[in-house]
Design a protein around this ligand. Sequence first.
Ligand SMILES: [Zn+2]
Length: 67
Amino acid sequence: MAQQPDPRREQPPVSCPICRKPATESFAPFCSQRCADVDLGRWLGERYVIPGSDPEGDKERDEGGSL
Ligand SMILES: [Zn+2]
């Protein structure tokens, strides 16, 4: 009677955040290795863009082995 889609069997379509093409299982949530690389590059790039004025960055290094 009720036609409810089974979320376990039919996952919602995921579109590649880079080129908006349907993602593939192998490279989800991307459509290809290339787009995955592009996203990774962007992510790393954003970190590099941050200027080296982060006082808390050094602090984190100091207290690393105290549990
Ligand atoms: Zn893509």
